[in-house]
Design a protein around this ligand. Structure first.
Ligand SMILES: Cc1ncc(COP(=O)(O)O)c(C=O)c1O
Length: 408
């Protein structure tokens, strides 16, 4: 079955090791459509200057492009105001900003910070640092065999001691969707704020931050068809207003004297230094591309594909899926094990067939330890993948053990 979206992505037509590229590592980074590549090229061909500074027409135009990219992000996630949208380098920088500017300021000895066992290191280590510095406690929500967080965990672990819940929306290892709404509801009922890691969900599920009532959220542009080097921190204005800047320097000040400085209003207060305008413009183009396809359509296409992949892998000899075998309540991130073969060998051997998958701990050491695994093989699907990609993957997987002379 031909996939109409493949032609939008120039790299998908390339070959690797003499084979058609089958790209199944979309959770690491997605490929970029022509719309994004053209937007970045046009930015440099037609518009380049520094934003917010020059009094000349080109700089004014670049400022408008940069601020219009912010508007596009704001509308995409349903934020109330563009002052609530801060451009960062990536999700990692956004979580570090929050740890320093919010966590270090508000957390006190004895407080609890709740995370899930499935956090990516970027939304875990900053909170470990805050907890260690402030003598606070890091409390974990654990998952069940299917990769889901049971209600009981939410009820029992989020308590009056909880001040921050920092939680991923979709696990980058298991693909399971966290019950964000009920976590936010519980957290607010005990006076805690919630920080959501939307990195693996924002390009796959419809998100509205006001509807969710989430206090902060972050994601990276490069995992949603945009360029690398751009991320987003969303925060409710009432919190962002009270937080001190994270990076000091040019572009984020109002007035500077020899001994002190006053800071620019939101969002510039958090955007010290010359910003990555071309990446912001590219991210806006990526969002327009997603909107052109429609998230409902993307979600349905990806869910059908995930269903197909789970069935296919379940029937492939010696393959064990890690986490849920069901296509409900999950995205197209699927971890698996091939019996007696290390995931790095699986990935290297598949590469010879032109198939790019991820192997390793996926920046989630505590989850790996909890699952009693050192590594997994991981595919992560998106709408430009096809059932043929999955058939080829399953076919190649069946040869690996024979190729390595491993008996049954
Ligand atoms: C769930 C999740 N959160 C955060 C990140 C960090 O993203 P970045 O490296 O772009 O900051 C990743 C990256 O894989 C991720 O999968």
């Amino acid at each position: 079955m031909s996939n109409p979206y493949v032609q939008d992505f120039p790299l998908l037509g390339q070959s690797v090791n003499g084979k058609r590229l089958i790209y199944l590592d979309n959770a690491a980074t997605t490929q970029k459509p022509h719309m994004v590549i053209d937007a970045v090229r046009d930015y440099y061909s037609l518009n380049n200057a520094t934003p917010h500074r020059g009094a000349y027409a080109l700089s004014v135009r670049v400022t408008e492009l940069y601020e219009s990219a912010r508007e596009t992000v704001k509308d995409f996630i349903g934020a109330a105001s563009s002052r609530e949208v801060i451009f960062t380098k990536n999700a990692t920088e956004a979580f570090n900003l929050l740890a320093y500017s919010y966590g270090m300021r508000t957390i006190e000895e004895g407080d609890e910070i709740v995370v899930s066992i499935a956090e990516h290191h970027s939304n875990l280590i900053p909170w470990q640092q805050v907890a260690a510095m402030k003598k606070a406690k890091l409390v974990y929500l654990y998952i069940d065999e299917s990769g889901n967080i049971p209600d009981k965990e939410i009820k029992e672990k989020i308590t009056s001691k909880t001040k921050i819940v920092a939680i991923t929306h979709v696990s980058n290892v298991l693909g399971t969707v966290t019950p964000l709404k009920s976590i936010i509801h519980k957290a607010h009922s005990v006076g805690s704020i919630v920080i959501a890691d939307l990195t693996q969900s924002v390009a796959h599920l419809k998100i509205n931050v006001v509807d969710l009532d989430v206090d902060f959220a972050a994601f990276s542009g490069h995992k949603m068809y945009g360029p690398m080097g751009i991320g987003v921190l969303y925060g409710k204005e009432k919190y962002l207003e009270q937080m001190p800047p994270f990076l000091f320097g040019g572009d984020m000040v109002e007035y500077v004297t020899e001994q002190s400085a006053t800071f620019a209003p939101l969002p510039q207060k958090f955007e010290g230094g010359t910003q990555n305008v071309e990446a912001a413009v590219g991210l806006a183009a990526a969002i327009r591309y997603i909107q052109k396809l429609g998230l409902d359509n993307i979600q349905k296409t990806e869910n059908d594909l995930t269903c197909y992949a789970l069935q296919k892998l379940s029937k492939t000899p010696y393959i064990t899926i890690v986490g849920s075998h069901l296509a409900q309540n999950r995205t197209g991130v699927i971890s698996f094990q091939l019996k007696d073969v290390h995931p790095h060998d699986v990935a290297s051997i598949l590469d010879a067939d032109g198939i790019s998958i991820r192997s390793g701990h996926h920046c989630a050491h505590p989850l790996m330890r909890y699952l009693n695994l050192s590594a997994t093989s991981r595919i992560s699907l998106c709408f430009y993948n096809t059932t043929e990609d999955i058939d080829q993957l399953a076919e190649s997987l069946t040869h690996i053990r024979r190729w390595l002379h491993i008996g049954s």
